[in-house]
Design a protein around this ligand. Structure first.
Ligand SMILES: *Cc1c(COP(=O)(O)O)cnc(C)c1O
Length: 361
C-alpha cells in the first residue's frame, strides 16, 4: 500500500534523500565510516557544514558578507529565549505580533527575560482563543523597539504571512514551518530562525540566519546562548548534530535541483490550492482560515462533529493517509503538506475526502 505522511513535525522528507542516506549510511564519502560515527572536527564534516551553509544563503539569495548561518541545538523553542538575550540590548523593548500558539510561546518566554519590556503590538486572537487570520500591521514608533517578531507560518492555526510589515524596526521571524517552502524577500529580515524538523531535516537542529550587524553587540552571555560566540566557532562550540546537518545539506541540494525556493513555492501553492478548493466546495469538511492568509504548509479542517472527525482519521490511517489528526489545541484534522509532500499525496487525500464524504452524507 502506498502511504503518505501528513505529520506536522517531525515530518516527511524527500524520498530520494532518504534513499541516499540509506545508501551511504555505512560508508560516508569513501571514509569506511558512517556519518553517524565521524568527528565534527574532521574535514569530512567540515565540508558538509560549509556546503550546507553556502546552500542556505544561495537559496535565500543572501550574501555571505552580510548574513551568517548558525546551526544550533535546542529547537526553535530555545530561540524564544536566545533571541531577546542577544538582540534586545539597545531599547530593552521588543514588539511581537501574536498569530497563534507559537507566537504566544515566543512572547511568554521573552517575558521571562529580566529587564525586557515585551509588547504585543498586534494580535489576531479571537474571543474564544482561536486564530483565523493575520492582523493588520501596527504603525510602530521609530527607534523604540529592538525588534519586531513575527511567526511567518502558524503551524497549528494554518495561517501564514504573504505581505511583510513595513517597518523601520528590525524584523525577526520564526520561520520553522514554512522555511524555504514559501518565498519572501529574505533580505527584509534581520534574523530568521527555524527548527529543522518541519521542512528541512530530522529534529535536533535549528537554523539561525542573521544579519552580521547583530553580532558583537552584547557581552557576558553564556557562550552557548551567545550568537557571537557560536558564530566565531562556526557553530561547533560544542559537538554539533552532525547527522542532522548532513541530511539538511542533502535536502538543500534536492531543493536547488528542483529549482530553488520560487519553484518549490509554486508547487506548494499548486498542492495547497487543490486541497483548499476541495474543502471550500465540500458540504462536509471545512477550513476556517481567512482565505487571504491560508498556509501553504498546514491545512486544518473539521466536519464540525467530533465523532465523525475521529472516524475520518481512523479510516484515513487504514487507507495509508497517516498522521491527519489535528493538534490537540484545535481538534479536527490537519494535513501538513511540506516541500517533500508530493502532488500525488495531496491528490490521494482529496480522493479519500471525497469518498468519505459520499459515504457519510
Ligand atoms: C514546531 C514549531 C516550534 C517549536 O519547535 P521546536 O524545534 O520543537 O522547539 C516553534 N515555532 C513554530 C512555528 C513551530 O512550528
Amino acid at each position: 500500500m502506498t502511504t503518505y505522511n501528513f505529520a506536522a513535525g517531525p515530518a516527511v522528507l524527500p524520498h530520494e534523500v532518504l534513499e541516499k542516506v540509506q545508501k551511504e549510511l555505512l560508508n560516508f564519502n569513501n571514509s569506511n565510516m558512517s556519518i553517524l560515527e565521524i568527528s565534527h572536527r574532521s574535514a569530512l564534516y567540515q565540508d558538509v557544514y560549509k556546503d550546507a551553509k553556502k546552500r542556505v544563503l544561495a537559496l535565500m539569495k543572501l550574501s555571505a558578507d552580510e548574513y551568517d548561518v548558525l546551526f544550533l541545538g535546542g529547537g526553535a523553542t530555545l530561540q524564544f529565549t536566545m533571541l531577546p538575550l542577544n538582540i534586545a540590548n539597545k531599547h530593552h523593548k521588543a514588539a511581537y505580533i501574536n498569530t497563534g500558539h507559537w507566537s504566544k510561546r515566543a512572547i511568554a518566554e521573552a517575558k521571562k527575560i529580566p529587564g525586557l519590556t515585551v509588547d504585543t503590538v498586534a494580535s489576531s486572537e479571537n474571543k474564544d482563543g482561536t486564530f483565523t487570520t493575520i492582523p493588520e500591521f501596527p504603525d510602530l514608533p521609530e527607534d523604540t523597539y529592538d525588534y519586531l517578531h513575527i511567526t511567518t507560518n502558524n503551524t497549528i492555526m494554518g495561517s501564514a504571512y504573504y505581505d511583510l510589515p513595513e517597518t523601520s524596526t528590525p524584523l525577526v521571524a520564526d520561520m520553522s514551518s514554512n522555511f524555504l517552502g514559501q518565498e519572501y524577500p529574505f533580505d527584509k529580515f534581520d534574523l530568521i530562525y527555524a527548527g529543522a524538523q518541519k521542512n528541512l531535516a530530522p529534529a535536533g537542529l535549528t537554523l539561525v540566519i542573521l544579519n552580521k550587524i547583530l553580532l558583537g553587540q552584547v557581552e557576558g552571555l553564556p557562550d552557548m546562548l551567545d550568537y557571537t560566540a557560536q558564530s566565531k566557532k562556526e557553530s561547533a562550540l560544542n559537538t554539533p548534530p552532525v547527522f542532522q546537518v548532513y541530511v539538511a545539506d542533502l535536502v538543500l541540494k534536492w531543493l536547488e535541483e528542483k529549482g530553488g525556493v520560487a519553484q518549490i513555492a509554486k508547487e506548494n501553492k499548486h498542492k495547497a490550492d487543490l486541497l483548499y478548493d476541495y474543502l471550500d466546495n465540500s458540504k462536509l469538511f471545512k477550513n476556517n482560515v481567512d482565505p487571504a492568509c491560508r498556509s501553504l504548509m498546514n491545512v486544518p479542517f473539521v466536519t464540525g462533529n467530533k465523532d465523525l472527525d475521529a472516524k475520518f482519521v481512523k479510516e484515513a490511517t487504514e487507507a495509508g493517509l497517516l498522521n491527519l489528526k489535528g493538534h490537540r489545541l484545535v481538534g479536527g484534522m490537519r494535513a501538513s503538506i511540506y516541500n517533500a509532500m508530493t502532488y500525488e499525496g495531496v491528490k490521494a487525500l482529496c480522493a479519500f475526502l471525497q469518498k468519505f464524504e459520499a459515504e457519510n452524507k
